[in-house]
Ligand binder design. Structure first.
Ligand SMILES: Cc1cc2nc3c(=O)[nH]c(=O)nc-3n(C[C@H](O)[C@H](O)[C@H](O)COP(=O)(O)O)c2cc1C
Length: 376
């Protein structure tokens, strides 16, 4: 299958099916000398794993990463980094009933329409488990970015139409997002949402939601001005995550009903003129070191990072595999009554949080390297 590779210089290819022997990734183009270990991967994978209870699937396995190549004595070698995670909790029998039917809202029929057959066990490669390789690769990208002071944080900002307070609003607490199973940065909102999740689980139903992401410490200048825009690359990256349906940057859709006079972010001098010895960031000589008073643009103008935090949101649809009865079609074209068994999430957002971070880190790592060819 083509299309499993991503990136230009800092590249990743992911491999593996949900109920095959293993999943993982091969990263190429990560520069040598980046401190990186299995512990970095383990930390990220544990954030992707079902947290137990809450909105998560009951499929839980240790997800123990093995680095097969490209790292020596705790540092990257500059050679391909292969990371493998063995599947240990496969229960393919759970999916026998899905062999000849097509789940509404899932990729079953389109896979057959494209390839002629599919691995029906847990959705094969269209399973959420595919994201494991992305998160492992994202851990390497994050390690590379941290050397430049760049950090990427995501959180669940809404589930089932219930919004959490956002940055700058009273009660917003990113540490809280790492404490509750929903990854919502506000405890009372998380508790409200959990009640709705439990009700939906009892009804055999699922919920959609929104993941917000912010990357700080970016220099101005990342991204290419035409087809390789920072926002265009990021949109492609996060929309490649299963169940992601929409992405918006900064003010996003609200900008459509705003006015230029309200929307424009005002640039002001931060540190002086580059080349005068005043500028703190590596700007070309003679360019003033600016920052913006507001960030409606979400940290990107003309496809290029402004140096302000990169801010965007991703909308996720409700999980397709629900245990409520639904009608669908089978391989013979008959109408079939379907109540999906197996282990499924109720809402994808908490587990999508580290995946959104990983895809963002991969794009930024790639652009940081590409940017070195931007000027003399
Ligand atoms: C972390 C993660 C976990 C997921 N878990 C499930 C799940 O348990 N059941 C399910 O039907 N879909 C799940 N999905 C969504 C499917 O992968 C996705 O809906 C499917 O591949 C069809 O693609 P589309 O929704 O993007 O069109 C998950 C996605 C992610 C990112």
């Amino acid at each position: 299958m083509g299309g499993s590779g991503f990136g230009t210089i800092f590249t990743v290819t992911t491999f593996g099916e949900s109920h095959g022997p293993a999943l993982g990734c091969v990263i190429d183009g990560c520069p040598a000398g980046v401190p990186f270990s299995e512990e970095d991967i383990r930390r990220e994978l544990s954030r992707r794993r079902p947290g137990g209870g809450g909105p998560a699937t009951t499929r839980s396995e240790p997800d123990e990463p093995e680095i097969l190549s490209g790292v020596f004595e705790g540092k990257t070698l500059g050679t391909p980094i292969a990371i493998m995670v063995r599947n240990t909790a496969q229960r393919p029998g759970d999916y026998d009933s899905l062999k000849d039917v097509y789940r509404p809202g899932h990729a079953d029929w389109v896979w057959e329409a494209k390839y002629g057959f599919r691995d029906h066990r847990g959705g094969g490669r269209s399973s959420g488990r595919e994201t494991l390789g992305r998160v492992a690769a994202g851990a390497a990208a994050k390690a590379f970015l941290s050397g430049f002071g760049i950090t990427v944080r995501a959180w669940t900002s809404a589930v089932a139409g219930i919004d959490s307070p956002g940055p700058g609003e009273s009660g917003f607490d990113l540490d809280e997002a790492e404490r509750n199973p929903l990854r919502v940065p506000h405890r009372e909102t998380a508790e409200r949402i959990l009640k709705v999740i439990e009700k939906l689980r009892a009804e055999g139903d699922s919920a959609g939601g929104i993941v917000s992401c912010s990357a700080a410490g970016l220099p101005p200048g990342l991204g290419d001005p035409v087809f390789g825009k920072l926002d265009a690359r990021l949109a492609a990256a996060v929309l490649s995550i299963g169940a992601a349906k929409a992405v918006s940057f900064g003010a996003g859709f609200a900008a459509a009903s705003s006015r230029g006079s309200l929307q424009n972010d005002r640039p002001v001098l931060k540190n002086g003129i580059a080349g005068d010895g005043g500028a703190s960031c590596p700007l070309p000589p003679g360019v003033p070191d600016l920052e913006y008073e507001t960030n409606n643009a979400g940290g990107v103008l003309g496809g290029i990072s402004t140096g302000m935090p990169l801010e965007f949101t991703v909308a996720f649809k409700p999980i397709a595999s629900i245990s409520r009865h639904q009608e669908t079609a089978d391989r013979e074209g008959n109408v079939r009554d379907l109540a999906i068994q197996g282990r499924h999430d109720v809402c994808v957002c908490p587990r999508a949080v580290p995946v959104v971070e990983a895809m963002t880190a991969l794009v930024l790592a790639d652009l940081l390297l590409l940017n070195r060819s931007g000027r003399t």
